[in-house]
Design a protein. Structure first.
Length: 317
């Protein structure tokens, strides 16, 4: 079986060996693949692995040997599933692998925003603590999370995991999701319409998939409902936010701040307004990248391929 990985550089930058896949066939790994290289590199592949390389109907139609597309991610919008199905190509994804990693990153950003640990470290290096003459020195008042309202938009596995961490800090949970459901451990949580979560929450964390119907739903109208001290966190998809609207709200201090791990274009264009927005903490789409999460991703991808070869495909989309 001929396997080709089109963009393996993020899954394995050197610390996550390809051994689970090497055992399944003749494996070729490309660190990254430009759009004009996709067809030539995929020509002999029976199983094609992609994370962000687009496999649309034009590409799939030129790959007569292709039998399976293994998406090394949960989101599979880069694949034209209908075109694949029409050609008899199976498409599988990895639905669960980074839950703990993403929830952890939400609070890495949240605590950095409230405590400004890096800024305090740098201030010491600049002599500010020494010059203050006080045994305790701070750049800004530090607030406790306990008692604050934590709004979760989307209550799947990652949303639930993040909310459990918020509960551990003593935060009150507000939830909006497409479907309301009973979840163990959240009897005290409050389910609300979207607008009410944005109005009442001290922190709003996005954990919903991006669809055609919710693209840029976090816009000027919704942001205007937020408290002037509220913090917006996004570890889901950058396209959920109207970035110009958010930048404007940050720059005029309409809201307290934003912590964003994802942007609409990655890497961002130099003119993205959030790059220079006030009180905007950015990280480069790393919430999913804990080594353990990438190891799970590698193993589940291998399991998907093994199941397909055995005639019992799993995690189909």
């Amino acid at each position: 079986m001929k396997l080709v990985v089109l963009d393996g550089g993020t899954l394995n930058p050197g610390d996550n060996p390809w051994i689970p896949l090497e055992n399944l066939g003749d494996l070729t790994v490309y660190e990254s693949t430009a759009s004009d290289q996709t067809v030539s590199r995929s020509a002999d592949a029976e199983i094609l692995l992609t994370n962000k390389v687009v496999l649309d109907s034009h590409v799939i139609g030129q790959l007569p040997n292709l039998k399976m597309i293994a998406v090394t991610a949960t989101g599979y919008n880069v694949v034209d599933v209908e075109a694949a199905n029409a050609q008899g190509v199976v498409v599988a994804n990895v639905p669960v692998y980074s839950t703990r990693s993403v929830a952890q990153h939400v609070f890495a950003m949240l605590l950095e925003f409230y405590h400004r640990a890096t800024d305090h470290h740098n201030a010491i290096g600049q002599g500010q603590w020494q010059a203050s003459g006080q045994f305790s020195f701070w750049l800004n008042p530090i607030e406790e999370l306990a008692g604050k309202k934590f709004g979760v938009i989307g209550f799947g596995r990652i949303g639930q995991a993040t909310a459990r961490v918020a509960q551990a800090f003593g935060m009150e949970i507000l939830i909006h999701s497409r479907t309301s459901k009973e979840v163990d451990g959240f009897a005290s949580a409050t389910w609300m319409p979207l607008e009410e979560v944005f109005e009442n929450a001290d922190v709003v964390s996005l954990h919903c998939p991006q669809t055609n119907s919710n693209a840029q739903f976090v816009n000027q109208t919704l942001i205007a409902r937020m408290k002037s001290t509220a913090l917006l966190i996004n570890t889901a998809r950058g396209g959920l936010i109207n970035e110009s609207d958010l930048a404007a709200a940050l720059n005029d201090w309409s809201i307290g701040g934003a912590c964003l791990d994802v942007l609409s274009c990655e890497p961002p264009a130099d003119n993205n307004p959030l790059l220079t927005a006030d009180r905007c903490l950015l990280t480069p789409h790393v919430a999913w990248t804990a080594l353990q999460a990438r190891q799970r991703l590698m193993q589940i991808t291998a399991d998907n391929i093994r199941a397909f070869i055995a005639g019992s495909p799993q995690n189909l989309v």
